[in-house]
Design a protein around this ligand. Sequence first.
Ligand SMILES: [Zn+2]
Ligand SMILES: [Zn+2]
Length: 100
Amino acid sequence: MPYVLCQRHGTHAAPLLCSHLCNAVTNREPLPEAFCVEAWYHAYPLGVRYLCPGCAQIMGVATNRTVWRDEDAMDRLTDLRDLGTVCPRCFDEAQQSETL
Ligand SMILES: [Zn+2]
Ligand SMILES: [Zn+2]
């Protein structure tokens, strides 16, 4: 798992986000809805990714918290390019400020 060093929150294990969500968090812009995708290869967790509505649509993700458990999960995960990392606390804050 990658780590980020945040000037406000210190060092944290970093979630992987699509570039659009990354930019929004980094620039402190209003965050679009974040679709959480969880991928598994058999019993082995491949991790969680967060996608903006546009990327979610491209990947066929229609609901927030989608779980990929089929044989194609690994392939689809590697299809996700342009992912970046942000501080998880900043990401939380961005998501919360959106719902307030
Ligand atoms: Zn995106
Ligand atoms: Zn932070």
